[in-house]
Design a protein around this ligand. Structure first.
Ligand code: FAD
Length: 455
């Protein structure tokens, strides 16, 4: 029997999961994974730890090595770009970026996980040297070289969302760092005002210069960048790192599969595109969000993996036996030891999609009052909920202590459409070694419901 041919575009989280799931679960399938980069499967999620020297090395910050796929019986083609699809002949046109050679690869099933590119700024001076972006192996290498370059003393980072990671790395490397953003507070698109105040405090305490409500107008310099021009004047700098969001990597699909106006790939609840036997997953699509009850962008490595796993499970069914359940969407934001985990949707986004939503925020110490302060950190926990139905739509934790596990409980609650009452009344374990009599998840839900508890 001839092998069924599956071609996968993009060897990051979605492509990696899809390739290995197929090889682990099916016989008689020929898997080819295409990747335009030379380096295969760099994990941008590990970039900060790599830059801080907390990994075993750049060559290890990846999901897999090309030979791992080969050893499992798959074909890894790096430096190979998918440039077009012939949907009638069922072939993908590919270009070898080293030799310039082109050829057609036949497929029975095609899975696209081509992800996103870091967005740049179309402003005067953008082509000056030392204006960097922040995603993938090549940029990670440039940022790493720059942090060890003593001639670079001043660093301007544009984007106080994911840019806070670069700010921390550069500050720890001894640079004078300015974080620029048009918004009022760092991380304001992700977190509530109380949390953003805490981040503002810790960034300031660690000598990051915050240039908020500042709009970048361009870059000046003769060869290398020397200053960022803004509506509030010039900021002298030797290096700029732009972290202002992403754009879908889908220009090569124009005219083949249907895209939204902003370039994201349209899929149905089975991740099928409008073209038979072509599927799309990962950051390049809008997956179904359980709490928003609609499709929204959810840039997340783990979302890409769940989507890949689902697609592979149903890849050879004529009609998939079940639709994909949806994504909750969770992420960690951290700076100088302070970390927030946010899951589901935040209040702003819940309101934006028309939900009558409210947020409750609870602050306390983690353990009973008789535990000394140094082992009894301050914690925050919040819930976003539907004020009419009490369904939990989102939540977040904030502390210098690891309370990420509690946020994972909130993700489970959101996925299962639990209510405030469910969270208020669940009995969690209690031990003063770890928490207090009422678990903080009980307490925040009880606060929303105005229960009168002795805490
Ligand atoms: C600095 C940083 C930190 C992050 N931290 C986290 C984290 O802690 N947790 C988390 O869940 N998420 C994190 N993310 C997000 C996460 O990396 C993405 O959600 C995830 O990588 C998406 O996977 P993907 O498969 O959709 O595509 P991408 O990771 O965007 O990769 C797409 C791949 O496809 C290749 N490609 C594109 N077009 C073609 C083509 N035409 N031909 C061949 N190859 C092509 C690209 O070169 C790339 O390798 C982080 C992202 C960044 C930038």
């Amino acid at each position: 029997m001839e092998k069924r041919k599956v071609v996968i575009v993009g060897a990051s989280h979605g492509g990696h999961e899809a390739a290995f799931e197929i090889l682990n679960n099916y016989e008689n399938v020929d898997v080819t994974l295409l990747e335009q980069s030379d380096y295969v499967s760099f994990m941008s999620c590990g970039m900060k730890l790599y830059l801080e020297g907390k990994t075993t090395g750049a060559d290890d910050v990846r999901n897999f090595r090309p030979e791992d796929l080969k050893n499992r019986g798959g074909h890894m083609l790096n430096n190979t770009q998918a440039t077009d699809i012939n949907t009638y002949k069922k072939t993908v046109s590919v270009k070898d970026l080293k030799t310039g050679e082109t050829r057609e690869l036949p497929y029975d099933k095609l899975i696209i996980s081509s992800g996103v590119n870091p967005a740049s700024l179309d402003l005067p001076g953008i082509d000056l040297k030392n204006v960097f972006l922040m995603r993938g192996y090549d940029w990670a290498q440039k940022i790493n070289d720059a942090q060890h370059d003593d001639s670079i003393k001043n660093v301007a980072i544009i984007g106080a969302g994911n840019g806070i990671a670069a700010a921390e790395v550069m500050r720890k490397a001894g640079k004078n760092v300015t974080l620029i953003d048009a918004g009022k507070k760092p991380l304001e698109n992700y977190l509530n005002d109380i949390y953003t105040d805490e981040f503002e405090k810790i960034l300031t305490e660690n000598n990051i210069n915050l240039a908020m409500e500042t709009k970048v107008e361009g870059f000046t310099g003769s060869d290398k960048v020397e200053a960022v021009k803004t509506n509030n004047g010039e900021i002298k700098t030797d290096l700029v790192i732009i972290a202002v969001g992403v754009t879908p990597n889908t220009a090569w699909l124009d005219g083949t599969v249907d895209l939204y106006d902003n370039g994201y790939i349209k899929t149905d609840e089975y991740f099928r595109t409008n073209v038979p036997d072509i599927y799309a997953i990962g950051d390049a699509i809008f997956p179904f969000s359980i709490p928003a009850n609609r499709r929204v962008p959810i840039p997340s490595a783990i979302a890409a993996r769940h989507e890949a796993q689902y697609v592979v499970e149903h890849l050879f069914e004529t009609t998939p036996s079940r639709p994909f359940a949806g994504i909750v969407g969770a992420q960690v934001l951290e700076a100088f030891g302070l970390h927030a985990v946010t899951t589901g949707i935040n209040l702003k986004n819940a309101k934006r999609v028309g939900i009558n939503a409210k947020e409750v925020i609870f602050k306390d110490s983690l353990r009973p009052d008789y535990i000394p302060a140094k082992e009894n950190p301050e914690i925050y926990i919040s819930l976003v909920y539907n004020a009419d139905t009490h369904q939990v739509l989102g939540g977040s934790t904030l502390s210098t202590y690891d309370i990420t596990g509690q946020a994972n409980v909130l993700s489970l609650a959101i996925r299962n459409r639990l209510t405030l009452e469910d969270l208020a009344e669940t009995d969690f374990f209690f031990s003063p070694t770890f928490d207090r009599q009422w678990n903080i998840i009980n307490l925040v839900a009880q606060k929303a419901l105005s229960y009168d508890k002795i805490v």
